[in-house]
Design a protein around this ligand. Structure first.
Ligand code: PGA
Length: 241
């Protein structure tokens, strides 16, 4: 696993966007795995800048997002679908039909999960997946547990994740308790993975991911087993290494 430490999140955003750009230049119709949260925002801003300056064409690119809340309308600003359009998709020339965000709405949510995995497989799998990391070591909504999850599934959010996500809602009671998330198995199938962590508040999770034994108690630690995983850290997130 390659670990690179940068001064701050702006510099990380520029470097991460270059990885995306080289993937798109190599394969115009590549499949990108996208993440929400604060961490990828500088990367998305840089991708928009590269697009606006005429350097990056998303017209053939396809995307799959990691996760989405259960029970939130896509039009609401807290939905991850809306987040992606507000922060990236509406600002680049990606085709709306090439964008995939989990959409847990069926009577039987496991049908939505199976259909999502099938759509990823049909697209040929994910070429480059971007990840953040939770304070508890989660990736996507794969929370610490006794086993690594495999495919896309419905998860119950932990109290620590609900509290971390409260900042996007008026009241803690409004934070959804469930989400649909790619599994650890789905994430590990990506041909290349970039995990970004910024800020001192992520230092403990980063240390557990990189220095402890691989364990579902820290889901991100599984990346130690990935053949092409890169970790970009700022000085705060790297402070306990
Ligand atoms: P954040 O979330 O980027 O908002 O810190 C990361 C995560 O929980 O995976």
């Amino acid at each position: 696993m390659e670990i690179r430490i940068y001064k701050d999140d702006v510099q990380i955003g520029k470097e991460a966007a270059l990885l995306f750009a080289s993937q798109i230049l190599k394969k115009r119709d590549c499949v990108l795995g996208m993440a929400t949260g604060s961490t990828p925002l500088p990367t998305y801003q840089e991708l928009v800048r590269l697009h606006e300056s005429g350097m990056l064409d998303f017209s053939e690119v396809r995307t799959f997002n990691l996760d989405e809340y259960v029970g939130i309308d896509r039009a609401r600003e807290q939905s991850y679908y809306r987040f992606m359009f507000d922060n990236l998709f509406s600002k680049i020339n990606i085709k709306p039909e090439n964008v995939h965000v989990p959409h847990p709405v069926s009577a039987n949510l496991s049908d939505d999960c199976a259909a999502y995995d099938a759509a990823i497989a049909e697209a040929g799998g994910i070429d480059l997946q971007i990840l953040g990391i939770g304070h508890n070591g989660h990736i996507a909504f794969n929370e610490p547990s006794g086993v690594f999850s495999s495919g896309t599934h419905i998860v119950e959010l932990t109290q620590s994740t609900i509290e971390a996500n409260q900042r996007f809602f008026e009241r803690i009671e409004d934070v959804p308790k469930k989400a649909m998330s790619m599994g650890i198995g789905s994430i590990m199938k990506a041909r290349e993975i970039l995990l970004i962590a910024t800020g001192k508040q992520k230092a403990q999770a980063v240390k557990a991911m990189l220095r402890d034994a691989v364990s579902p108690a820290c889901p991100a630690s599984v990346l130690q087993f990935h053949h092409a995983a890169t970790v970009f850290l700022d000085e705060g997130a790297a402070s306990l290494l």
